[in-house]
Design a protein around this ligand. Structure first.
Ligand SMILES: NC(=O)c1ccc[n+]([C@@H]2O[C@H](COP(=O)([O-])OP(=O)(O)OC[C@H]3O[C@@H](n4cnc5c(N)ncnc54)[C@H](OP(=O)(O)O)[C@@H]3O)[C@@H](O)[C@H]2O)c1
Length: 373
């Protein structure tokens, strides 16, 4: 279908990353593809195209499909420098935005606030003024609920302005939502994924993001959560499917959705351990223990044995940050999304074995670098 006859023109941001890459990999198999645009950081369209094609290869898109990607679909730019590309005539045709671009880091990246709040809101405002947007899907995070939220968290639970955030990242994400909501007339729908790990067919081939946390806990045989605690994990292909569903469904009942496993498709650490043990041929854990940060930190002399050669300071920081989140044991209600016609996600323990197998020869310390940019 040519871009002149197709009334749906999607602009995806963050397509060089994990979620945006999964969205792009699904779009290339659809008739909407030729009218899709991708905002990517690059000094030339050729470089941008090369970055995006490399990401499509990580998602195992067949070489024969890659020829469909045209230079004319690449918009070079940064969320923070909208003036450089907003005059681009191609943007006037955009009808739908799937905004995956963000600094998705639990660390202290100095660009978190400017990128996730100021630049994101300015980008949305400028594009809204330029194009006839029918829907602007903003990818948030379910973790904006804060550490005191009651599980299962509902989309109607308002975290309020005074909640404590574990990291600046979640605080920036809720502030972005608030400011986007204040933009008059923006057809905003916020999609809040829970924890995105692996891919149902490709495991960790596209990215090992967050999977290393499970490896880390099971390598130590202890972590900050109970063995029978249930966690809310979704695969990236499901997340991409849901984002496209929310983007393209003509009518939606709400303007805010969790993309999550919900209580029904969540699974426990024990189930994850069993599935990983079966996939890798190691025994299951008999003596897993729940421990606090100090006890975990005291195991520091053995970190190289557990995680491979590593920077112990970074490992401690990872244990602290991801341990704090694991301790919360939050599940996120997904009934709104299911009521819009999405099927539930595949439970994590049904594909976690594939994640283990596709982590290849990477040590835990190597795999975690993706989340410490
Ligand atoms: N992964 C999860 O478990 C998870 C869970 C809940 C919500 N989310 C949300 O999902 C979204 C995507 O996360 P992800 O895991 O896919 O992150 P990711 O792999 O780190 O990808 C981030 C993307 O944003 C782009 N980006 C960052 N700063 C930018 C800027 N200033 N201008 C333009 N593009 C910029 C990056 O481009 P470069 O390649 O050029 O750096 C990259 O394409 C984020 O909003 C995150 O908050 C993720």
């Amino acid at each position: 279908m040519s871009s002149t006859t197709n009334p749906t023109h999607i602009l995806v941001t963050g397509a060089s990353g994990f979620l945006g890459g999964a969205v792009m990999a699904q779009l290339i198999e659809t008739p909407l593809w030729d009218s899709c645009l991708f905002l990517v950081r690059a000094s030339s369209p050729e470089e941008g195209l090369a970055r995006l094609v490399a990401n499509l290869r990580r998602f195992a898109v067949p070489e024969a499909q890659l020829w469909r990607f045209a230079l004319a679909q690449v918009v070079c730019g940064d969320l923070g420098s909208v003036d450089d590309y907003i005059a681009d005539e191609r943007l006037t045709r955009v009808t739908h935005v799937i905004n995956c671009a963000a600094i998705a880091s639990f660390g202290k990246n100095p660009l978190i606030w400017t990128t996730n709040v100021d630049s994101t809101v300015n980008f949305a405002e400028c594009l809204h003024a330029k194009a006839r947007l029918q829907r602007f899907i903003h990818v948030g995070t379910a973790m904006v609920c804060g550490p005191e939220a009651r599980s299962p968290v509902s989309e109607t639970d308002d975290p309020g302005r005074d909640i404590r955030h574990l990291v600046e990242y979640t605080e920036s994400k809720i502030e972005a939502e608030r400011r986007l909501r204040a933009l008059p007339g923006l057809p905003l729908v916020v999609a809040r994924p829970s924890i995105v790990v692996g891919h149902t067919h490709l495991g960790c081939q596209p990215s090992g993001s967050i999977f290393w946390v499970f490896r880390m806990a099971l390598a130590m045989g202890c972590f900050t959560c109970d063995f029978d605690e249930r966690i809310d994990v979704i695969p990236v292909d499901y997340c991409a499917n849901a984002l496209l569903h929310l983007a393209l469904k003509p009518q939606l009942a709400h303007d805010l959705y969790h993309i999550s496993s919900g209580p029904d498709e969540s699974c426990s650490f024990r189930q994850i351990d069993a599935a990983m043990a079966e996939a890798t041929g190691r025994p299951r854990h008999d003596h897993y223990r729940r421990l606090g940060y100090d006890a975990l930190a005291a195991m520091r002399p053995h970190f190289d044995d557990y995680f491979g050669r590593c920077n112990k300071r970074i490992m401690l920081r990872a244990i602290r940050t991801y341990g704090d989140f694991a301790e919360l044991g939050l599940l996120f209600d997904n009934r709104r999304l299911l009521a819009e016609g999405m099927a539930p996600p595949l439970r994590f323990d049904r594909y976690v074995g594939l994640c283990a197998q596709t982590s290849g020869a990477q040590t835990i310390a190597e795999q975690m670098t993706v989340d410490f940019k």
